[in-house]
Design a protein around this ligand. Structure first.
Ligand code: AMP
Length: 280
């Protein structure tokens, strides 16, 4: 595995990879912010299987954190992450510093007015602008033909797919299933902030999604009725930020459309803000 810390090192590494293998085989790319867990690992495994080469990036992108968010406290596990990547068959691990990625007066792209400013975009205004800015850079740098994103960040996935479509970018965005722990808690780098008792209370998120599925399966399709019941289940969290049911393009729904809906929840439990969702 080659560890590239600068853009020049990344370009050099891509060149030597192709030369060594005597091929221009497909590149799979997995962008991350590190503190890798099984959720990330499942993306790495899928990308490894489907491509000749695998590039992973670890970059805690400052422009997607809002004032007062946990940028400085975001968990960093560089040495452990390097080992995980090495063991997962990563060819190039790209770990740039901030100055390699940004200059002072940047040209920026923005999240779309409607889909980019509801739910996560409403609660974290500007977050998606920063996310799209860095993902555009990383996709271009990776020269990947396929890039892998978790459904865990469903709105991010939808916006990245829209960016690729709107800017005619030559990369396929592959959605990957959410990985959960044995109790149903969606894995997240921020789960390290949870103590045992909070972890228990955090299970309310996935439980509310299960309850919603149960209602849909028994014929209840009314969005307001389902959301009301979900809020009951979410009693144990400190604060619910939103409960929503939208179609796969993030348009509001009055009734669940089976096969085209996403049920989402965001809530605070102790220090972290947690998100989870279910595609139905
Ligand atoms: P992050 O490091 O949190 O920016 O995540 C990097 C990628 O891993 C994103 O595409 C996430 O959606 C994905 N991811 C994070 N947690 C999970 C999970 N529990 N299951 C599947 N994908 C995940």
């Amino acid at each position: 595995m080659i560890i590239a810390k600068t853009i020049a090192e990344l370009q050099e590494a891509k060149k030597s990879l192709r030369q060594a293998q005597g091929t221009r085989g497909s590149i799979g790319f997995v962008p991350t912010m590190g503190a890798l867990h099984q959720g990330h690992l499942s993306l790495l495994q899928q990308a490894r299987k489907e491509n000749a080469h695998l590039i992973v990036s670890i970059f805690v992108n400052p422009t997607q954190f809002l004032e007062g968010e946990d940028l400085d406290a975001y968990p960093r596990r560089d040495e452990a992450d390097k080992k995980i990547c090495e063991r997962s068959g990563v060819d190039i691990l790209f770990m740039p510093d901030i100055d390699s990625m940004y200059e002072k007066d940047e040209l920026c792209i923005g999240a779309p007015a409607l889909r980019g400013y509801v739910l996560e975009g409403e609660k974290r205004p500007g977050h998606f602008d920063g996310m799209l800015q860095v993902v555009m850079k990383l996709l271009n740098l990776s020269s990947a033909s396929k890039a892998y994103f978790g459904k865990k960040d469903a709105q991010q996935l939808a916006l990245v797919s829209q960016m690729v479509k709107n800017y005619f970018m030559d990369v396929e965005i592959i959605p990957c299933d959410i990985v959960r722990d044995e109790n149903g808690l969606a894995l997240s780098s921020r789960n390290v902030y949870l103590d045992a008792q909070q972890k228990q209370r955090a299970l309310a998120l996935s439980r509310s999604l299960k309850q919603a599925t149960k209602m849909v399966m028994s014929g209840e399709l009314n969005v307001e009725t389902i959301k009301k019941e979900m809020r009951h289940v979410l009693d144990e969290v400190d604060e619910v930020e939103y409960v929503a049911i939208v179609d796969r393009a993030f348009n509001d729904l009055k009734e669940v459309e089976i096969g085209n809906s996403i049920i989402l929840v965001a809530a605070w439990v102790g220090k972290p803000r947690l998100i989870d969702n279910l595609w139905i």
